[in-house]
Structure formats: C-alpha cells, structure tokens
Design a protein around this ligand. Structure first.
Ligand code: DAH
Length: 339
C-alpha cells in the first residue's frame, strides 16, 4: 500500500510539473484527486487493509492527498501568473500613438447658398415649396407653353422614363403645380434638383439645382419683378450691387429677361472674374405668359404674375469664387471645409 501511494505521488508530481496550462493541470487534478481518481480508488481499497493498520494507512493517504493538492495549488498560481503576463503583453496600449480624430461633416456650398436664398425670400413673405424630380412631360413642358416639337425641348434634352414621364429639366413645373392648387395669391420659391443630358465640364453637369420663384396676384407688374430681384441681388451680393435686365425669350414668360448683376469683384469696372464686362449673368425671369396662367386655371384678365429661375450652383460658384463646377460634386471634404 505504501509503495502504491508513493508511486501515485511520484506520478502525480511528474504530471503536475509537466502541465503546460491550467486546463491540463485541471485534468491532472481530476485524474488523481477526483471521484474516480487514483487516490479515491486507494481509499475504496481500505476495507482490505487490516483494522490495526487502517489509521496508519489512512494518515498516509491523507498526507499524499495534501501534498498533491499543495503542489497543484502552487503550480496553479504559477500558471495563472504566467497567463496574466502573456495577456498583459498582448493587450498593451501604446498611449503615445496619435488619437483618431472625430471628423465632423460640413455644409455643402450649395446648401449654404440655398439657405441664403431661402432666407432672403422667406424674409419677403415667400413660401418654400417642393415638386417631384420625376415629372410628367405635361408639367415640365406642355403646361409651360412648350408643346411637342418646340425647339426648347431640344435645348433641354433629358432622361425619359417613357414618353410621358421624364426627369425634370427645370424647377418651373413646380409653378404649374402650385397654380393648379387654386389658392391665390401665390408667393413661392421652389428649390430642387434638375436634370439634363449634358456632358460634364467646368460649367455643366447632367444633374444640378435651380431655385424657381413665382408670384401671382392682382396687378403684379414688371416693376414688382424688377424691385424684387434688385432687392434679392443686393442681399446676396452686397448693398452696392446693381441689376440689369436684358430682353430674352422663355416660352412661359412674356416679356422675358435675363438678369445681370454688377461684378462684385470689381464693382462693375471690368476684371478677369466678369471677363472684362463688369456684369455677371445670374438668372432668367419674366411676366408669366397669359396662356400659362389660363392652362393652370387662373384668369389672366384678373391676375398677373412674375417668375424667375436661378441656377443654385451658379450662385455658389460666384459667391465662393469657385472656378470649376465639378469640385461641387466630388465630396472632397478638404475642398468643402473651406466655405
Ligand atoms: N426654367 C428656366 C431654365 O431652366 C429658367 C427660368 C427662366 C425660370 C425664366 C423662370 C423664368 O421661372 O421666368 O432655363
């Protein structure tokens, strides 16, 4: 019995010492001290031991168990310390590394320009409305006095969903939608995205933005249009800004004009920015064509109105002196952050 216990102890020590981890050590513990372990088996064999020898053998078994337990505990503490050491090495944090910067976005120049335009017109009592980007041919052309085969349809070639539905080429259809609602007077601006099948270059993009304006009431005259747009230009480009109306043609207005503002760089003397002319074109406008009023259910004998359309990118490019429209669409935040 004695030799058997000594053998068990020797084997246990050997296995404990060669345990390379806590899991292995636990296996050894179960194998020697567990319910079905070696020592338990010895205890079960006590019944075959002579009664007078039992206390002595019992003590020996206990001593063996205790020494194995002690060795296991010591080894366990050593293995745990070693594992903690390894984990600490893996989890090491280099506090000298540069921190990750939290990058905050920035408003797009288009958005800044739009908010400025909206602020000015809302201040004059205008309502901001929106219309669909996918539009009926009827609203985009027909109801604006641009019938099928009208040459203006070539200039504003776009993307057709089918022969009745297209991506709108201008925000002017929102005028018609608003007039059809039948609530007068109207004082509205309608900002939004428009589309044309244009090649991309420094001044063109197949998708850009416009802000449409419409006023319909009794006794609205060209003088109202001039006063309104002059006030708008002064607010946007500075108090000293003058406006000039050049006769033009739009199918949905009569008379129609294009509006130039005095160059805000040189004050009208002529510089590189305004190509020496002293003037910069900013929008198209006119008195709403009686036929357009009538098609939308408004009596042109009783009511009149003016309308205008501004290219939003054009405003943003002018205001922030950006010389290539493509920069607006590249989403490079090094560029966008400057405004
Ligand atoms: N829709 C025109 C365009 O895209 C711009 C425009 C001109 C709008 C005159 C108007 C207007 O409302 O009266 O070229």
């Amino acid at each position: 019995m004695k030799e058997r216990l000594a053998q068990i102890k020797e084997e246990a020590v050997r296995q404990i010492q060669s345990s390379d981890g806590l899991a292995k050590l636990n296996e050894v513990r179960v194998a020697f001290l567990g319910k079905k372990g070696e020592l338990t088996a010895v205890l079960k064999g006590m019944k075959d031991v002579l009664p007078e020898e039992r206390p002595m053998v019992g003590q020996l078994v206990n001593e063996t168990r205790e020494s194995i337990e002690r060795l296991i505990e010591e080894t366990k503490a050593k293995l745990e310390a070693a594992e903690r050491e390894i984990r600490l090495k893996q989890e090491v944090i280099d506090v000298t590394l540069p921190a990750k910067k939290n990058r905050v976005g920035h408003r797009h120049p288009n958005t800044i320009a739009l908010e400025e335009v909206e602020r000015i017109f809302v201040g004059m009592g205008y309502e901001v409305v929106e219309g669909p980007e996918v539009e009926y041919d009827y609203y985009n052309f027909e109801a604006l006095n641009i019938p099928a085969n009208h040459p203006a349809k070539d200039e504003q070639d776009t993307f057709y969903i089918n022969d009745k539905i297209l991506l709108r080429t201008q925000t002017s259809p929102v005028q018609v939608r608003q007039m059809e609602k039948g609530k007068l007077p109207i004082r509205m601006i309608a900002p939004g995205r428009v589309f044309r099948s244009d090649e991309v270059d420094a001044t063109h993009s197949p998708s850009f933005h416009q802000v449409e304006g419409l006023v319909v009431d009794r006794q609205i005259t060209f003088a109202d249009l001039k006063g309104t747009l002059a006030a708008f230009a002064k607010e946007l480009f500075g108090e000293g800004t003058k406006v000039k109306f050049r006769p033009h043609h739009f199918p949905f207005t009569e008379p129609s004009a294009e509006v130039d503002v005095t160059c805000f760089k040189c004050g009208g003397k002529g510089c590189r920015f305004c190509k020496g002319s002293g003037w910069i074109e900013i929008l198209g406008c006119g008195m709403v064509h009686p036929r357009v009023l009538k098609m939308s259910g408004i009596d042109p004998e009783e009511y009149s109105g003016f309308a205008f359309g501004v290219g939003l990118e054009r405003i943003a490019l002018l205001k922030y002196e950006i010389d290539d429209m493509r920069l607006l669409y590249e989403n490079d935040d090094r560029f966008l952050k400057q405004f």
